[in-house]
Design a protein around this ligand. Structure first.
Ligand code: ZN
Length: 93
């Protein structure tokens, strides 16, 4: 397994943990104007999710610069990064 896939799995696991913590201890959004403070777990989950998407976007083949996770414009064109580039077959690490 390549390091990008390992890191993505770890990041997604942390996201899942944050989500579970938010479901257990978080307060409903919109309860008050101080939601940003009282719903820290919610905003932490949103920020971390944004970081994961940003990180996944940056996983590119060094030879042909093809994105390895987001492979098209569709939200369903998402794949795990493989050991070799799916387009030019060069190792991506
Ligand atoms: Zn390539």
């Amino acid at each position: 397994m390549n390091k990008y896939k390992k890191q993505l799995i770890i990041f997604l696991f942390i996201e899942a943990v944050i989500t579970i913590i938010d479901k257990l201890f978080g307060r409903p959004l919109g309860a008050d104007w101080y939601g940003i403070v009282t719903n820290l777990s919610y905003w932490l989950g949103m920020a971390w999710g944004g970081f994961i998407i940003f990180y996944a976007f940056k996983i590119k083949c060094k030879h042909c610069h093809t994105g390895q996770v987001f492979r098209g414009f569709s939200a369903f064109d998402i794949r795990w990064p493989q050991d070799r580039c799916y387009r030019c077959a060069e190792p991506i690490e």
